[in-house]
Design a protein around this ligand. Sequence first.
Ligand code: BG6
Length: 468
Amino acid sequence: MSTPFPEGFLWGGAVAANQLEGAYNEDGKGLSTQDVAPQGIKGPITEVPTEDNMKLVGIDFYHRYKEDVKLFAEMGFKVFRTSIAWSRIFPNGDELEPNEQGLQFYDDLFDECHKYGIEPLVTLSHYETPLHLSKQYDGWVNRKLVGFYERYARKVFTRYKDKVKYWLTFNEINSILHEPFMSGGIYTPKDKLSKQDLYQAIHHELVASATAVKIGHEINPQAQIGCMILSMPTYPLTPNPDDVIAAMKSEHMNYFFGDVHARGVYPGYMKRYFREHGIDIHMEPGDAEILKHTVDFISFSYYVSICETGDSSKRTQEGNLIGGAPNPYLKASEWGWQIDPQGLRYVLNMFYDRYQKPLFIVENGLGAKDVLVTGEDGVPTVNDDYRIEYLNDHLVQVGEAIEDGVEVMGYTSWGCIDLVSASTAELSKRYGFIYVDRHDDNTGTLERYRKKSFHWYKDVISTNGQSL
Ligand code: BG6
């Protein structure tokens, strides 16, 4: 039997600091936007951290990472995607000197990964701007954030030069369109934020991202630095040309981010959009040159596809993560996310045809309510056949895309160990191969248990995808 997956394919799992580390106020860490968002994107921002915020403890990865990395190694991970909590390194975000204890934690974590031959893949900013930058500067609306981010990026690139080869600049950078506070640290409420300020903030992030690529390469010419996009392949709801154009326009809103990262210039369709919406992006001298520092690879998350239509009465928020109209051919997860494995093959082909750069799937997975049972050996486990089916179907489509000629560097399934959900802040929306005994009512022992999918993924990795 043969496998389409190339030798050296980077199999692994992905997490984000704020969703699992906990220890939100330990060892000099400052507050981040996540520490005051107890209900994820569903609820209000609080003045101070409140006990109902599951992220304050997370799954206590900060203290238990050795046990967890060992379990990842047991599955055979080649790569582990995590993020650095910016406010562990610069607690307020605008100080001149970093917090040594924060830096030391990631030194230890990366060393632990290397002990097992696991390569870290590190996101610089994953939905957790230092709270001070959000409150005092209105997050990325303010140009000063570019300088603060540059200082932070320079520090961690230098410190981990010999430990981290793969970097991502901003998690799901295009999600700022939908969640300006969580994604861009913008304190102005979404309904009061002007398009002018939103796109100015986006410009600042794009300049910061290109700056990171530039300095990252100066510090370590071997570094591979990518962007990270929330991918949502958008199908026309019908063959009606109105629907086709609506789908194209919706795709443009997301392609914009990949286009700038991969091509180094603003695309024509965005210039038109700015003209027609009275948006005038302020560019500093040098911005156009900086944007030419394009990424080494394109990474993305993939959970759902959506449909678009020119008929606004058919559009709904239900059934999909963000906008669009439900696809009548697809089933949905318990949280209404429509499941479309072939959409992954489609999006891989679309990105590759557009950019001709290596692609990295850095998030994909199924959030589900798991039930812990006693296994044959007497040890608790979860019979998560639904997760195995989901992941298997998607990975088969990754294989198809590789057969299509797409260059895929690796695959890190989301939430390889149960963690707190970003959108709903629940722990009961579980993605992991490893069950964590913690519950939404704050109870639980924090013990870890291998699910059935743990053994399944181990086989996938050890056979380099042949077992799919
Ligand atoms: C992505 C984010 O949007 O989806 C992750 O990068 C997030 O942070 C993941 O956890 C799954 O979403 P959720 O809301 O189910 O946690």
